[in-house]
Design a protein around this ligand. Sequence first.
Ligand code: SF4
Length: 188
Amino acid sequence: MLVLRKPERKPEKTLVHICCAPDATYGIPAIGEVFGEVVGFFYNPNIHPEAEYLKRLEETRKLSRIYGFPLVEGAYDVARWMDAVKGLEEEPERGKRCRVCIELRMEKAMETAKKLGADAVTTVLTVSPKKLPTMVNEAGRRLAEEKGIIFIELDLKKKDGFKKSVELTKKLGIYRQNYCGCVYSFRE
Ligand code: SF4
């Protein structure tokens, strides 16, 4: 894990957005080791179909029991997500649709963190080599300024983070998906 920008102070409690259990196998303990108390937050209305969404959620619940971290579950707001990405259906992966998809999830994580009394937010999204850390961190930085919360800028895949997540996922018997999540990435 690489900390790309040190937060102005060490957070007391960090809400960690979890996109899927495989990324969290490495991300949750790595973030906890450096930043202290963490709470997981599963909010991914991008995932299609619903059966896949439920499978990824169940795997995240399983991981929270194995590791012993609290998990907050967001709503499966499919209509909200579809509305947000309207007109961006043909965008390639890592394009404008992904930016909107990431922003929507970061924004909800920050609103939830404030309700729960957490003073910082981050995400395990950057474990994946398919995600651009600049896209994730720019969105997080901008929204954090708006919401008045700390956003921890990371590149979790660095220092063997992705490799370690693959090994941990196998070791813990966690399901690993083979597409990012939305209906468009499913078709690709
Ligand atoms: S490819 Fe992944 S990040 Fe991009 S819009 Fe689809 S689910 Fe979101």
